[in-house]
Design a protein around this ligand. Structure first.
Ligand code: HEM
Length: 422
């Protein structure tokens, strides 16, 4: 923000020997992602992801392989019911188990991580065709590995490796990370193998669909691309939804008056003893606004790098083909020209004067549906956000519904007590 105030919405940062053009604020990011879609469509080569995916998969691929794999991924997810009624039953089942987990704590403190299993399981269901028992050793191992990989990806040593990859011989973090990724791949290969033994056109999972596509001799769906695509979805589709749900719970506890309004709204729309359906969302403007506000406020992915696919003239600057571009999503989600109180958790950001839900373009630009194949799921009221949080909390012991202190190193919460002390 400070750099943008000094240098304007478009400026260059130097990371070691590399340069990146940063775009900040709603206007500049929107112009780049909406009006210059084709020019800013590629991903830059980031050393650690080059070593993990070698240009395969959906997230860090480019060109024809990206386009084809992505189109296939989006349509397969849609066919499997992502964000639609088809998957609703499964989400309800998962929600029920989540509520049981909370109840079983009988008012005693429990780790927020308990909330990870349900949203992760929804993603796994679509990837592998079946849910896991929460105690299943494969499930536990995958959850642990994903968590460890995410922590390592945020490590300063890894950023150092990305800036100076030629020092890789002397650095350790990326090697530990690559080993953990290989452990995940071993599990994924096993699922691919099982799917190959029972090949069918009526795919029950993303893995099945990939294997069938390969069987049809589509040359882009080679072994490396198949495993990279599943790995991308495992990584992109688990921590994102699980962390959003954790934040939703924390925010509901931090703002009990908002939690109460969500519960009241759910109470008026959903008959006692039943659970909310996807359709009910239309009649729950406040809950819907809270879900969106959680996603805005937490700015989960501050930026995802792109790069220019051709020489580009943008806002009076010349950006040569291949230069890294960082659209700051945080700067859009906290842009004071777009949000009345950008640094406050305020569901009114998504409500009009009559309490109707309003779509905000600044939100759509920073969490764009066309960019993220998992968007339907992440927006489902029960898959990831306060809908489930508030429903879960309304079934939880009274003490949980009280305001709490946590130790998130974030201005909202303060650094004083450990996160697990709910
Ligand atoms: C709250 C949850 C989520 C958030 C906030 C989120 C956000 C994002 C963002 C900001 C991007 C980058 C878009 C860009 O490059 O401009 C992205 C890409 C992506 N997301 Fe999500 N996502 C979420 C859930 C999911 C889920 C559940 C899945 C899959 C099951 C998923 C799969 C992907 C993939 C594969 C990409 C790469 C797309 C591409 O490069 O073409 N995400 N997501």
């Amino acid at each position: 923000f400070q750099l943008a105030e000094k240098y304007g919405p478009v400026f260059t940062l130097h990371f070691g020997s590399q340069k990146a053009v940063v775009l900040t604020g709603y206007e500049a990011v929107k112009e780049a992602l909406v009006n210059f879609t084709d020019e800013f469509v590629d991903r830059p080569p980031i050393p650690i992801f080059e070593q993990i995916q070698h240009g395969n998969g959906v997230f860090f691929s480019n060109g024809e392989l990206w386009r084809t794999t992505r189109r296939f991924t989006v349509s397969t997810m849609r066919n499997l019911g992502m964000g639609k009624k088809l998957i609703e039953e499964k989400i309800l089942e998962e929600l029920h188990l989540l509520i049981e987990t909370i109840k079983s704590s009988r008012g005693e403190p429990f780790s927020l991580k308990s909330f990870n299993a349900a949203p992760t399981n929804i993603t796994f269901l679509m990837l592998f065709g079946d849910r896991f028992d929460y105690k299943d050793p494969t499930f536990v191992t995958l959850l642990r590995l994903i968590d460890e990989v995410m922590v390592l990806l945020g490590s300063p040593f890894l950023h150092f490796f990305n800036f100076y990859p030629f020092l890789g011989l002397f650095l350790k973090t990326h090697k530990i990370l690559l080993k953990k990724i290989e452990d995940v791949r071993i599990i994924l290969r096993n699922y691919i193998q099982i799917s190959r033994q029972d090949l069918s056109e009526n795919s029950l999972s993303y893995v099945d669909a990939l294997v069938f596509k390969q069987h049809q001799k589509d040359s882009l769906f080679h072994d490396e691309n198949i495993i990279a695509s599943v790995l991308d979805l495992v990584m992109a589709g688990t921590e994102t939804t699980a962390t959003t749900l954790q934040w939703a719970i924390l925010l509901m506890m931090k703002y009990p008056e908002i939690q109460k309004k969500v519960q009241e709204e759910i109470g008026t729309v959903v008959q006692s003893g039943t659970q909310a359906t996807y359709e009910d969302r239309k009649n729950m403007p406040f809950t819907n606004a809270v879900i969106h506000e959680v996603q805005r406020f937490i700015t989960l992915l501050p930026h995802v790098p792109r790069c220019t696919s051709v020489d580009t003239h943008f806002r009076g600057y010349f950006l040569p083909k291949g230069i890294t571009v960082i659209p700051s999503l945080t700067s859009v989600l906290l842009d004071k020209t777009q949000w009345e109180t950008p640094h406050e958790f305020n569901p009114n950001h998504f409500l009009d004067a009559d309490g109707n839900f309003v779509k905000k373009e600044a939100f759509l630009v920073s969490l764009p549906k066309p960019c993220c194949p998992g968007w339907g799921q992440s927006q489902s009221p029960r898959a990831s956000a306060p809908g489930s949080g508030a429903q879960a909390l309304s079934s939880a012991p009274e003490s949980l519904s009280q305001p709490i202190k946590t130790g998130l190193r974030d201005p909202l919460w303060g650094p004083d007590s450990p996160l697990e002390n709910c």
